[in-house]
Each structure stands twice: as C-alpha cells, then as structure tokens.
Design a protein around this ligand. Structure first.
Ligand SMILES: [Zn+2]
Length: 161
C-alpha cells in the first residue's frame, strides 16, 4: 500500500526499545492461500496480496526483527478473512500464558488489521497502546474513523519517537 514503507523506521525504533527492556516481540502477517476468500476474484474487498510463499508475503526487508520474535500467521482460513491477529490464532491464550498484560501495536493497515487487532485486544482484557507513527491507514478518512473507534474502546496512543 502507498506510504506503507514509512512505518518501518518507527517500528524499528520500537523493536530496539523493546529488546533493551526484554519485552517480547510478536510479528503478524497475512499468509493467504491462492484464491483467498478476501480477494476480489472471489467477491472480497482486496486485490490479491500476501499470497503464501510469494515475495509479497514476506516481512519488509528493512524491518529489524530479532531472532526472538514470535511470528503470528493469519489469513490462512478458507472460509473467512482474519483481519484481527486474535481471530482464531490462539494469540490471546499465548499472551496470557506468558503473563503479558500490555500490548504496543503498530503496522498496517491502521483502518483494517490494526483496528481489528486493537479492538479485539482490548476486548480480550489487554491494555493496548497504538504506536501512532508506526501505523498508516489505507485512506485518511478510514484512519480518522479507526482512531476514534480505538480511542472510544480504551486504546492509548503514543509515538515511537
Ligand atoms: Zn489480507
């Protein structure tokens, strides 16, 4: 997506801060089967993207993910899309098991997967902070709406800078 790259330096700053404080990092990715239900060819809203094993499904090459990162794969279901990182991934179970209470969330896109993940995270009982300079919406209007919605749900906002 346009300007998507801009989140990488901000995410890298957060990764460095998290590593210095021994905070666990999770990296989620869409990992769609060919002809996924979310693609336009099947009546979904999106052009084909993040197809399994394709270049588009890779993490950004400049993203400095450490060896200790835990990857969360979503968008693999045949019957529905998974915008939220909590949608049938077992992530809430994993975070609780590790005693994690607070989440700092960034990435793409603010008005789709970030929004859904933040709302689900709050719903699951986590304190959620949105890294506002480490995320970008698909449209400005969608971003404004998503921020309002996340704020109303109880999300905090801060910059990585
Ligand atoms: Zn997707």
């Amino acid at each position: 997506m346009e300007h998507g790259d801009e989140v990488v330096p901000a995410l890298n700053r957060c990764i460095a801060l998290a590593l210095a404080r021994r905070v666990q990092i999770y990296a989620s990715r869409d990992w769609h089967p060919l002809g996924h239900v979310s693609f336009r060819e099947n009546g979904g809203p999106w052009p084909p993207h993040c197809v399994q094993d394709s270049e588009g499904a890779q993490f950004h090459p400049d993203l400095e993910l450490p060896g200790s990162v835990v990857k969360v794969t979503k968008g693999v279901r045949f019957d529905h899309d998974q915008n939220s990182v909590f949608d049938e991934t077992g992530l809430a179970y994993e975070l609780r098991r590790r005693g994690i209470l607070r989440l700092w969330i960034g990435g793409l896109a603010e008005d789709v997967c970030v929004r859904a993940s933040v709302l689900d995270g709050i719903e699951s009982g986590f304190a959620v902070l949105v890294l506002e300079d480490a995320t970008r919406p698909i449209t400005p209007e969608g971003g404004a709406e998503a921020r309002l919605e996340m704020q109303r749900a109880g999300a905090q906002f801060a910059t990585a800078a």
